[in-house]
Design a protein around this ligand. Structure first.
Ligand code: NAD
Length: 539
């Protein structure tokens, strides 16, 4: 048995050799070879739009009584796919299959499980361009960000496998209670986990949550978002092609009201992991466990502030805020949606932020290389955008940039809006409500203390960033900000850009239930419960 020190050393060594991918959200380094392969994939995916898909339970396709058509936010005349409207019965069958598969999967040596999952990561790598192209058609994500998301999904699998390996399956010898006696701490899987994912990172988040559950020996019923079901199916396909036994991972596309309801109410679901909005996450948190406590991990929304101090490098701050506010059209839980800037530098900061946005943020077809920002996800998002701009104008807001829907030329059939920068009084609701749109509000403050206090007034506590050259201001920020993910002087994104094993990601307060971040060293443990073992050996 390895000692605790040996395990810690092994884990440190593995972390040191764990090289992140070259293409990340920070680098967005798409090579000419990537461009060529991606463009070919776009042609192929475009030719395969409009296919009919199934749900998959116990390795078998389920015939559907009703289907829905999913249209592209880039052009609503394009039908991307037809998927079954999953029912409660489908969800029940999937839970049953996952329960039946649990014994064999959980008893399989963890190294064997890891082999299968690493093969799935390879499948995703082989299919990376097609996956990125599907992401453009399904949810409107641009080329570089979609490719980065595929790499993140791959890294997530690898990182969680590494965690399991370096911790030797989480079997840890404890101090001996006496001669001829042995004690051990063993982390063991719970059983069947429901995985419910959002549409905005349809691959990385769903893969991350599922890999966490699977590598630790649980089985899964996976409900992807109905806005991104093809990517949900692609996860199923990669795992199956990698050799995952039937029933270990089951795909059920369907609404929250049917499939979602069954997953949270069925007593045979042992754990639930969710990423999505605060409203749905809190409802799940309150209703999932009834008879006795069951684990629920809910990662929810954000209203992420950037603080720009008088001592800041304003150029760095303006670019960092622009990237975090308008990357993927502000539709990231980590998007920077509010800025508190010191009164003395407010005008200059705003001037540079507007200039950067005008220069860099080209809106259009997400498959084109030059596009920075594609469409927003649906008509409801457009309506929220229009209402927010109207509200700001009626509240003496100054719209420095944007504020309109875009309908020129090719944009006419999609959900396109302009990147928007609005100066507002800081007590306005837009400083606290998550919009999930390319709209950032800005207010001035007198000090870092005031900026942090304003930041903390929102119920969310996901990401926060600061720009400052003053070490005391930075120390104050770290000590007082309510946020699970923090950034200082980051040009690549004021509040965005996590990476497995490099920058873990999770929320405090209304942004998350567990206080343990995904992508980090305390994540996979949450899918297991501890069994403490005391053995008295016979002489
Ligand atoms: P959403 O809450 O509307 O949906 C998320 C998932 O929950 C979907 O699969 C949906 O079908 C399902 N669902 C809806 N109602 C349900 C119910 N009653 N029971 C069970 N499942 C139900 O969120 P969304 O619009 O897909 O995603 C955007 C939200 O997700 C934003 O608030 C964003 O901040 C958040 N998000 C958070 C993180 C994070 O890591 N904290 C990451 C990405 C997105």
């Amino acid at each position: 048995m390895p000692t605790h020190t040996q395990i810690t050393r092994a884990s440190r060594a593995a972390r040191a050799t764990h090289k992140p991918s070259r293409l990340t959200y920070a680098t967005l380094a798409v090579t000419p070879d990537d461009d060529r392969a991606y463009e070919q994939a776009v042609v192929q995916v475009r030719a395969s739009l409009g296919q009919h898909f199934s749900n998959w339970v116990n390795g078998v396709a389920r015939t559907a009584t009703q289907e829905f058509a999913h249209t592209s936010p880039v052009n609503t005349t394009w039908i991307v796919s037809y998927f079954p409207q999953g029912t409660r019965e489908d969800a029940r069958a999937a839970i049953h299959a996952a329960r039946a598969a649990f014994a064999a999967w959980s008893q399989m040596p963890y190294r064997q499980r890891i082999k299968i999952l690493r093969r799935a990561a390879e499948m995703l790598f082989e299919r990376r361009y097609a996956l990125a192209a599907w992401m453009a058609f399904e949810i409107g994500k641009n080329r570089a960000e979609a490719l980065a998301e595929v790499f993140e999904a791959i890294e997530l699998i690898r990182y969680y496998c590494d965690q399991m390996e370096t911790q030797r399956g989480f079997v840890l010898p404890l101090g001996s209670p006496g001669r001829g006696q042995k004690t051990t701490s063993v982390l063991r899987p719970y059983g069947v986990w429901a995985v419910i994912s959002p549409w905005n990172f349809p691959l990385a988040l769903a893969v991350g949550m599922s890999a966490g559950a699977l590598v630790t020996g649980n089985t899964v019923v996976f409900k992807p978002s109905s806005e991104a079901p093809v990517l949900g199916y692609e996860i199923y396909r990669a795992l199956t092609d990698a050799g995952l036994p039937a029933g270990v991972f089951n795909l059920v596309v369907g609404s929250g009201a049917t499939v979602g309801a069954e997953l949270q109410e069925n007593p045979d679901v042992d754990g639930l992991i969710f990423t999505g909005s605060y409203t749905v996450g809190m409802q799940l948190y309150k209703t999932f466990a009834t008879q006795f406590p069951k684990p629920i991990i809910a990662e929810m929304g954000g209203k992420n502030p950037a603080i720009v101090c008088a001592s800041a490098d304003l150029d760095q701050a303006a670019e960092g805020v622009m990237r975090a506010a308008f990357g993927f059209g502000g539709q990231k839980c980590s998007a920077c949606s509010r800025v508190y800037v010191h009164r003395r530098v407010k005008d200059e900061f705003l001037r540079r932020l507007v200039a950067y946005t005008q220069q860099r943020v080209r809106v259009g077809d997400p498959t084109r290389k030059e596009t920075f920002m594609g469409p927003v996800i649906n008509q409801a998002a457009v309506n929220t955008y229009i209402a927010a701009v109207q509200d700001a104008r009626q509240s003496d807001g100054i719209v420095h940039l944007g504020g309109t829907r875009l309908t020129d030329g090719d944009l006419a059939h999609g959900y396109f809006v302009a990147p928007t920068i609005i100066e507002l009084p800081k007590n306005h609701r837009l400083f606290h409500d998550e919009l999930f749109l390319p709209l950032v509000v800005v207010a001035d403050v007198e000090s870092v203390e005031e900026a942090v206090a304003e930041s903390n007034r929102a119920m969310y506590g996901l990401c926060a960033g600061i720009y400052s050259r003053d070490q005391q201001e930075i120390a104050y920020f770290f000590d007082h900000i309510h946020a699970g993910v923090t950034y200082v002087n980051r040009r690549a994104g004021a509040t965005t850009g996590a990476w497995p094993g490099v920058n873990s990601f999770g929320g405090w307060k209304a942004s998350g239930t567990t206080g343990k971040n995904a992508l980090g060293p305390y994540y996979v443990q949450q899918f297991m419960r501890e069994q403490s073992r005391w053995i008295v050996m016979h002489e």
